[in-house]
Design a protein around this ligand. Structure first.
Ligand code: FAD
Ligand code: AMP
Length: 466
């Protein structure tokens, strides 16, 4: 009899956990996965997928409203919000069934319930499937939950997180969004297009604080043009009720110059980031280090305890689905003895705003702070043939090249379809491609991707079209 019931046990069925399960099964391993709520995790159920399904509805509204520019008149457009939400639910349901099918196809045993590490090699399951089982190696992939910072009034009625607003029955007349990270901005733009009066409050000096400042400033300008009120440098202090509306109090300025301001709305969305989830999972009792809520791992994603690895949002860093899935592959490789480190120098980010924002690698400010001889090339979409043809002129591409060796080290972009096109620059940054090598890649014309080619040319000082 084998010493353990399973070769690998996985705690959590998000894009970290379920991808790890499939990768391990493909290597002939006997795998168990414990999921307490829904297969596909945050990403599929209350994250990436439902938000993109909703934003696709917003894009449709925008296309119809912009049809006049193309010589097409559309009368009588109306939004049936429950149907918009129902379509989003259908997309999620279909994909969730797909992941459930993949578990069966790969012979992964799924335990539905909350899992706890009861020993270095044992997991207890409480819930629908009461169980206790053993595994030789364990991957912790318990993800994250919306943060709820200690702002007075945060627990009041109609103060919600992304988990709840995704199921809101109607379009609020007005909405205050606290936090201008990716989640806050995507909801702000969605509800703005659906007809809400939206105000965004961000504590740091600019929206998308992690992003290149120029791109963030252009996005903030674009959002204002679209009708969203944006206050950066606005630290929220409290939420109260007055005359049936929510009043959000925020501080602007610093020192003696600080003033308090208020904004009122029907609903408040708290989008102040997410917290790695470890509560009740029994990690610390098994000697696993948890710091600032995140499970601590080394570059092999190893916790340092027996054969326990951790991946995805629960280990912190950038909370992105593709990071979780990439880490899943690395953790499984390490467990099966193909030693591999996790690298993050080419981890792309994507914001599905309008216009979209995407980036990979170093910003110029960041590269300069590393004393790099930085060459920056940029190219605006407003002079690109394809962008004008499709009526999407906003935005630009910025490319950062290391002058010392000519290697492309980063790219930041705002504009049409940049979330899809960032893959090209991710390949360049991942494989440390030189700008010269990149430019030998012929780009089809007319395409939006030509903006990337032009930006790299600009970085070398020989742009053709600007
Ligand atoms: P999760 O997806 O959180 O999965 C963890 C799973 O573990 C959950 O299903 C949970 O129920 C389960 N679990 C936890 N504890 C236990 C336990 N004790 N026992 C059993 N099961 C347990 N990322 C992108 O890359 N692109 C996007 O466009 C994007 N949009 C987003 C939009 C929103 C509104 C939100 C909230 C997030 C978005 N994200 C996006 C982030 C993305 O969802 C996460 O980075 C990703 O889901 C992390 O994957 P994970 O597997 O680490 O964790
Ligand atoms: P992210 O972590 O990328 O999802 O973004 C969350 C955003 O919320 C960050 O940009 C924070 O600066 C912002 N934030 C956090 N707390 C507050 C607060 N009290 N008031 C305003 N913005 C906040």
């Amino acid at each position: 009899m084998a010493e353990y019931q399973y070769d690998i046990a996985i705690l959590g069925g998000g894009p970290g956990g379920y991808v790890a399960a499939i990768k391990a099964a493909q290597q002939g391993k006997k795998v168990a996965l414990v999921e307490k709520q829904y297969m596909g995790g945050t990403c599929l159920n209350v994250g990436c997928i439902p938000t993109k399904a909703l934003l696709a509805a917003a894009d449709t509204v925008r296309t119809i409203k912009g049809a006049r520019d193309f010589g097409i008149t559309v009368d009588g457009m109306s939004i049936d919000f429950p149907k918009v939400m129902a379509r989003k639910d259908r997309v999620v349901k279909q994909l969730r069934s797909g992941v459930e099918f993949l578990m069966k196809k790969n012979a992964v045993t799924v335990y539905t319930g909350a899992g706890t590490l009861t020993g270095a090699h044992s997991i207890g399951v409480a819930g629908e499937a009461e169980a206790e089982f053993t595994a030789e190696a364990v991957i912790l992939a318990s993800g994250s939950v919306p943060s709820r910072p200690p702002i007075p009034g945060i627990d009041g009625a109609r103060v919600v997180t992304s988990d709840e607003i995704l199921f809101w029955p109607d379009v609020p007349k007005s909405l205050t969004v606290i936090g201008a990270g990716a989640i806050g901005l995507e909801f702000a733009l969605f509800f703005n297009t659906m007809g809400s009066k939206v105000t965004v409050l961000e504590a740091l000096p600019h929206v998308l604080p992690q992003e290149d400042e120029q791109i963030a400033a252009e996005l903030a300008q674009s959002m204002k043009r679209q009708g969203v009120t944006v206050h950066a440098g606005a630290m929220v202090k409290g939420i109260s009720d007055a005359d049936g509306t929510k009043v959000v109090t925020f501080a602007v300025g610093s020192g003696d110059e600080t003033t308090e301001q208020h904004v009122t709305s029907d609903v408040v969305l708290v989008a102040t980031g997410r917290w790695p989830f470890t509560e009740g999972c029994g990690y610390e009792a098994q000697g696993i280090r948890v710091e600032r809520r995140a499970v601590q791992v080394d570059e092999y994603l190893y916790t340092g305890v027996e054969k326990i690895y951790a991946i995805g949002d629960v280990i912190g860093g950038m909370l992105l689905a593709h990071k979780a899935s990439a880490e899943a592959g690395v953790a499984v490789d390490n467990i099966i003895g193909r030693r591999r480190q996790m690298h993050y120098h080419a981890l792309p980010t994507a914001l599905y705003s309008h216009p979209e924002v995407a980036s990979v690698g170093l910003h110029d400010a960041c590269a300069r702070s590393m004393d790099m001889d930085v060459r920056v090339g940029s190219f605006p979409f407003r002079v690109l043939g394809k962008a004008l043809a499709i009526g999407e002129r906003e935005g630009l591409v910025k490319v950062v090249v290391n002058g010392a060796d000519g290697v492309v080290v980063g790219c930041q972009a705002m504009g049409p379809h940049v979330t899809d096109m960032i893959v090209e620059m991710t390949m360049a940054v991942e494989h440390r491609m030189t700008a010269e090598a990149f430019l030998r890649t012929i780009h089809p014309h007319p395409t939006l991707a030509e903006a990337f080619h032009e930006a790299v040319e600009a970085a070398l000082g020989h742009a053709v079209h600007v």
